[in-house]
Design a protein. Structure first.
Length: 134
């Protein structure tokens, strides 16, 4: 799990390890920030390219209507995660999120994220675990 306690300044050039670490930290930040857009307007807003930069869209859309313990709801939560990553992490494509479990004690979702890094000199598929606060 990426460190949350401090923000690392942006670097202009990363080696492969630093790039992957930076991507994981940014995905953690995206998925553990909640969009302030209303659920009813979120889908409409993200479908218009000019809205992508709106600050109230940043983060994971509200998924409180879904139950993380319900296996049938997990693909819906995963889809919302994929949308958020696709919009706010431009270094990745072919994003696949799988919700593995819900930890009732800590109220967190445990997920696996796989994607392709699209930066030419670092193109590769990566997979990493992610904890998402419910």
């Amino acid at each position: 799990q990426p460190e949350q306690d401090r923000e690392i300044p942006c670097k202009r050039h990363y080696n492969q390890f630093e790039l992957i670490q930076s991507i994981e930290q940014e995905v953690f930040r995206i998925l553990n920030t909640r969009s302030t857009a209303k659920h009813s307007e979120f889908e409409d807003l993200i479908n218009l390219r000019e809205n992508i930069g709106l600050v109230h869209l940043f983060g994971l859309a509200d998924f409180s209507q879904f139950d993380g313990t319900n296996g049938g709801h997990r693909p819906r939560i995963a889809r919302l995660c994929e949308i958020a990553i696709r919009i706010f992490e431009p270094r990745l494509n072919n994003i696949k999120v799988t919700i593995l479990e819900f930890d009732k004690k800590s109220q967190t979702l445990i997920a696996s994220i796989s994607a392709m890094i699209i930066i030419p000199e670092f193109q590769q598929e990566i997979t990493f675990p992610m904890t998402i606060c419910a």
